[in-house]
Design a protein around this ligand. Structure first.
Ligand code: GLC
Ligand code: GLC
Length: 791
């Protein structure tokens, strides 16, 4: 089978050896508020704080060819023009390699005795990308050639940048000063920020006007200045500002030269914006340039970045006999959890960075993947999210990271949303023991003066469900539950309206959700435990949870599996009575995680049904049989062709629910098999999978699709946090509790070791599975401990 690359676990890198991957295989740079997306050919873009409003580089989505736009270095060596990352010229290279590491990407190309090695990273403490370009003459003769840098500026708002040309083509402004090319469009009026692209030595020529550099009818693969070996020394006035430096370089055999480029972003206070009329204040940019003036400085910054990741990824490690498991747990799954936490669902090669803010439910779920890594930031995130809640427990479905305000365009009414705040907060407190967060004052809808404690927010989140019950005593679904596409109150026949925001006819609706019911029982039990732990009365919570369990057993059981929902009219969805969509995954996952009817054997039956009806070669599909026509009463779910997305795709996000359900039922072989099917490190066919083999994707085409096994929507997905929870807690059995760690594995891999930092404790565990089973509790105590456990 064709391979495009391989893992290098010792370096925590994925090494791509063929640039023509079946889809751009990307990485993310940045750990604070300056972030970049970078593909294996150096395509992509960066932004500061907000992918929509503070976009720095222009990118063409869905372009032809794919993935055009990025930070390109061109080398003109005689008549040959090439790029170290192969694109955009696509000149055949003698050698190519791209190493995606933790927060950095290194692209190396070699052609005709010249090697160009470019290391891209976003240093900690600076709002910039650093590009270290090292050129080496690997041949036997002296070489004279030219190096060009190139990137294209976005006019900040990534949305209007693609639309409002009557304005955009007249607003572009730049300044050139020393070795630095500045982009200052709109700085003259309300913006307090500009960007720059500088280099640590004088250049031989430059361009800032795209047409001059590329030529109006040329592509990125044939910039006219590069072809001619010249620079236009152009100063952009409107049209499309770019930044390019040219260097005329001669290298003796064996000799190297290194250049350090900085692509930075600066904000200035209003009164400090200009040094004289129209001339921008460059002090901060110059300071940033000085911080990367020498290779030693760049080395040190890179060292700090590596240390940051070494420390984070040193907190939870497994050592087993299964290398695919170890590399997923120790490296890529945790890394993806961090990236997903940073980016939510905003910017990837499947999300434009324009459309979506931070999701209320998504961001809460993402916490489960990072509470053990960056607890302080998890804490802040919980408080930010809670502040977008309304006094009745409902909330905005999304908020904008720049303002932290709820996003009115998307609205609310997704009735699962409030419960996820309990989920996120419980995960955080179990990891940290920080019960104090419950006392933090948090406003409603960010309105000062409305503050109540976070604990009150949790109470009204919980009550939001009991105050919105349907005819069977099950939770009303509202606009939708976790499945955005099960739109039971929408009835849209107008292609011009969005399923998410069109009228939501909840008045008189009988639409109830078994997914929310399961979520409510599972989170309700956790919530009760939390209340009791802090000395509060949880009797009411326990009572309504028990009532819900009864309602599920009575009205939510279909004989062999849990129903999915009742529709607007009170008809069943996900029942053997249905023609299509007989079995759904969400309710099997949540009701078995909640252990509803476990004693009566319902969980085992539901899990058996999941295996029997939903499992296929590549994972568990969301529903089966797939819907083959559009059903107005169900909405977007039936809009997708069979086998894709919410219509019988393998929606990886929800597979871990079944995996955890299996583990809770003690079914280790099933749990382990489901896990391996969706985990990329175990996937063999890279060409079929198409997207990056080192990260989970949201969706893999299901058994009804044209190409089952083809992945899409890689990187930004709740799959990251949920597979982390499944593998670390349910399979490997390391379960944080309010007062310690419970070790309760369910994975058929014999003996393994775990290193786990937990609050101020470090544990080195050897877990010998002898078949006895059971669990082992480690009460929290600061300090290091070595523990041998036999189960
Ligand atoms: C996407 C959304 C998430 C939703 C899921 C299922 O992953 O980000 O909020 O729950 O799709 O529709
Ligand atoms: C989720 C779903 C997607 C749907 C979207 C709603 O991301 O996966 O299918 O279009 O939510 O906007």
């Amino acid at each position: 089978m064709k391979e495009y690359g391989h893992f290098d676990d010792a370096q925590r890198e994925y090494v791509i050896t063929d640039p023509a991957t079946p889809w751009p295989w990307i990485n993310y740079l940045g750990t604070e508020d300056f972030f970049s997306l970078i593909s294996n050919t150096a395509g992509g873009y960066c932004f500061c704080k907000d992918a929509k409003f503070r976009r720095i580089l222009r990118y063409r989505y869905n372009g032809v060819p794919m993935d055009d736009g990025g930070r390109y270095y061109y080398i003109k060596d005689g008549d040959t023009v090439w790029n170290p990352g192969w694109k955009p010229c696509k000149t055949q290279l003698d050698a190519y390699e791209c190493r995606h590491g933790m927060g950095y990407t290194r692209v190396t190309g070699e052609k005709d005795g010249l090697r160009a090695d470019v290391l891209f990273f976003v240093p900690i403490g600076h709002r910039c990308e650093v590009h270290r370009v090292k050129l080496t003459n690997t041949g036997k003769t002296r070489k004279s050639f030219q190096l060009y840098s190139f990137l294209e500026w976005c006019l900040w708002n990534a949305s209007t940048d693609m639309e409002n040309f009557q304005r955009n083509l007249s607003t572009g402004e730049v300044e050139i000063d020393g070795n630095v090319l500045y982009h200052k469009t709109e700085y003259r009026e309300r913006r307090d920020h500009y960007a720059f692209f500088g280099v640590n030595r004088p250049f031989d020529g430059f361009d800032t006007d795209r047409e001059t550099f590329i030529g109006l009818y040329n592509g990125f693969d044939a910039p006219q200045q590069v072809l001619a070996g010249t620079s236009g020394n152009s100063v952009a006035h409107g049209w499309s500002p770019v930044a390019s430096h040219r260097f005329d370089i001669t290298l003796e055999p064996g000799a190297s030269e290194e250049l350090i480029f900085v692509l930075g972003y600066v904000e200035n206070a209003l009164e400090e914006k200009f040094v004289s009329k129209g001339v921008i204040n460059k002090a901060k940019a110059q300071k940033m340039m000085e911080a990367f003036a020498t290779p030693e400085q760049a080395d040190a910054a890179f060292g700090r970045l590596r240390a940051f990741w070494d420390d984070l990824l040193g907190r939870f490690n497994v050592q087993s006999d299964v290398p695919e498991l170890d590399r997923t747990v120790n490296i890529w799954n945790q890394y993806q959890c961090m990236i997903t936490f940073f980016f939510s669902r905003s910017a990837s090669y499947f999300e434009s960075g324009i459309g979506r803010g931070m999701g209320f439910r998504d961001s809460n779920q993402d916490l489960a993947g990072i509470v053990h890594l960056i607890p302080e930031r998890a804490r802040q995130r919980i408080l930010d999210i809670a502040a977008t809640q309304f006094p009745d427990g409902g909330c905005y479905h999304q908020y904008q990271p720049l303002t932290k305000r709820g996003n009115n365009d998307i609205g609310g009414g997704f009735n699962d949303d409030p419960l996820w705040l309990i989920f996120g907060t419980v995960a955080y407190i179990r990891e940290t023991g920080d019960f104090g967060i419950l006392e933090e004052p948090v406003p409603f809808d960010n309105k000062p003066g409305t503050e109540v404690s976070l604990l009150e927010h949790l109470k009204i989140s919980f009550a939001h469900v009991t105050e919105n019950l349907g005819p069977h005593g099950l939770p009303l679904i509202g606009r939708a539950d976790w499945n955005d596409c099960l739109n039971l109150n929408c009835f849209s026949d107008n292609p011009d309206e969005s399923f998410q925001t069109t009228e939501n006819k909840t008045e008189g609706s009988k639409a109830e959700s078994l997914m929310i019911a399961g979520l409510f029982v599972a989170e309700g039990k956790d919530f009760a435990e939390l209340l009791e732990r802090i000395g509060k009365d949880a009797a009411h919570v326990r009572k309504v949870v028990a009532d819900m369990e009864e309602a599920v057993k009575k009205y939510g059981w279909d004989g062999q599996w849990f129903l999915r929902a009742y529709d607007y009219y009170g008809n069943k969805i996900g029942s053997h009575d249905c023609e299509e969509g007989k079995v759904f995954i969400e309710s099997q996952g949540w009701c078995t995680m909640a252990r509803i009817g476990a004693d009566e054997g319902l969980c085992d039956k539901a899990l058996d049904s999941a295996v029997k009806y939903l499992e296929c070669e590549h994972g568990l599909v969301l529903n089966t049989p797939a819907y083959t026509t559009y059903i107005k009463d169900y909405g977007e779910i039936s809009s997708y062709p069979e086998g894709y997305k919410e219509n019988a795709g393998i929606f990886c996000h929800n597979n871990p629910w079944v995996i955890i359900g299996e583990a809770m039922a003690g079914r280790a072989d099933d749990a382990w098999r489901h896990y391996r099917k969706i985990t990329p490190a175990f996937t063999k066919d890279q060409a079929l999978r198409k997207v990056e083999p080192y990260v989970f994707c949201q969706m893999v085409a299901g058994k009804d699709a044209e190409k089952p096994g083809e992945g899409k929507n890689s990187w930004l997905t709740g799959t990251a946090a949920w597979t982390w929870k499944a593998v670390s807690e349910a399979l490997l059995g390391i379960k944080p509790q309010f007062d310690g760690l419970l070790v309760e594995p369910c994975i058929p891999i014999g003996t393994y070791r775990i290193h786990r930092r937990f609050r101020d404790a470090e544990y080195d565990l050897t877990i010998r599975q002898t078949g006895k089973g059971g669990s082992y509790f480690i009460p929290y105590k600061p300090g290091s401990q070595v523990i041998e456990i036999e189960l």
